[in-house]
Design a protein around this ligand. Sequence first.
Ligand code: HPA
Ligand code: ZN
Length: 337
Amino acid sequence: SHLHPFLQRLPKCEHHLHLEGALTPQVLFSLAAKNHIELPKDDPAFAAPESLVERYREFDSLDDFLHYYYIGMSVLLDAGDFETLAWDYFTHAAADGVAHCEVFFDPQAHMDRGVSYDVVLSGFQKARERAESDLGITSELIACFLRHLPPAHATATFAHDATQASFAAGHVIGIGLDSSEKPFPPELFQDVYQKAGAMGLQMTAHAGEEGPAAYVATALDVLRVQRIDHGVRVIEDEALLQRIAAEKILLSICPISNVFLKGVSSVADLPIRQFLDAGVRFSINSDDPAYFGNNYILANYCAVQEAFDLTAAEWVAICEGSIDGSWCGPERKEELR
Ligand code: HPA
Ligand code: ZN
């Protein structure tokens, strides 16, 4: 579109990116070979990177994607692997005009297979430092808990010494909640969110992706999150939509992800016009770009532009909302504007 160069130049903030979701099939295969990790032999999708790319085009749900996502991340073992992964994301982000990002990782998914929290974190920290010095990208890390595991597992992971040390050092800014949404309502995780809130950590949760608007309401009321990841199904509850606008809750929406995981049949079916009209604050994000057609943030901006033909002023307002909804300090926000 004619707005493409304009969209590239906008100072973008990304709030919904799973670092494990930046693992491309090429890097997946090369790390599997390096680390001697055997990929499933009974699934022809794992024959080669190309067949995996094809299979990723056929996801029929969030859970179908998650099956591949967890196998994929099993190739990540040492700190260098996590650094490579995060650096790959940062270079794409730089090319797309990202100025600041707040990215997720899934500690339990690594710790459960014997990779320590500190190994994961030290790799990410190296990439973050290099992204700031070499690319001018500032970043924050958000530790997500997996809702398909027992809430007590989340609480124990949160209480772990290494996790607590990463919060105390400011290396991890807050917590999130991801993985299979139904049938795991947010309120199951009240305990860990109550503890995080008491420590003054930032808090967000995936809600209203596949799950109902009621999950968004309980994420706000019971978990007391400041942000909602996805949240597109709030469109089904007019009173909740008005409340989210009034309270300036940021929805981190992921248009191409929603199409790949069959939440909507096309980007044009997302309630973006209604969000703009209702004054809902949202940011546009890539979620798991390596799994969703190699579509990083700029492709998501362009897809929204193709579908909604927004004005330059509307784009500037979207970017200002996403700066306001970021968790960086006031000085950095001033620089981003
Ligand atoms: N939803 C839930 N869990 C996830 C996602 C998502 O979009 N991406 C990675 N884990
Ligand atoms: Zn997500």
